[in-house]
Design a protein around this ligand. Structure first.
Ligand code: ATP
Length: 138
């Protein structure tokens, strides 16, 4: 089955929403393959967000991701990459649909960084790359 990398970002962990995110993933029938709470390093985040290097939100994004612990997950299931992004909702919680993690639980921006609770890989290539970065032993 397909695998994806999911992160509960520092806002999600800080607001006590880790369990709620896990609940939605498991309720959908996906399987947790790996789970680890950790403080992300600059080096890891620079690699994770390499595609955003040079964008105006890059610096604030990396800083935000280091503002507290994150919970990293590898999740497995049929078409889980698209499926988790559908559970998460669109990037901006302001407009994310009700029923999604960001739509139900995400706060509207109002800040320079999008604090949108979760990350999910966006393609099979990204998933393989990101799982290798966060869980090199897998
Ligand atoms: P993710 O990759 O985290 O699942 P995404 O694919 O919806 O989210 P990307 O476009 O890959 O979003 O951007 C990565 C992250 O950078 C976003 O989740 C958000 O936290 C932040 N971000 C994206 N666009 C902006 C923006 N215009 N202003 C501020 N922050 C942004």
């Amino acid at each position: 089955a397909q695998r994806t990398l999911v992160l509960v970002k520092p806002d999600g962990v800080g607001r006590g929403l880790t369990g709620e995110v896990l609940r939605r993933i498991e309720a959908k029938g996906y399987r947790l393959v790996a789970l680890d709470m950790r403080e992300a390093t600059t080096e890891l985040l620079e690699q994770h967000y390499a595609e955003h290097l040079g964008k105006p939100f890059y610096g604030p994004l990396v800083e935000f991701m280091m503002s507290g612990p994150v919970v990293a997950l590898v999740v497995e299931g049929h078409e889980v990459i698209a499926g988790f992004r559908s559970l998460a909702g669109t990037t901006d919680p302001t407009s994310a649909a009700p029923g999604t993690i960001r739509g139900d639980l995400g706060r509207a921006w109002g800040t320079a960084v999008v604090q949108n609770l979760v990350h999910g890989s966006d393609s099979p290539e990204s998933a393989a790359r990101e799982i290798g970065l966060w869980f090199p032993a897998l």
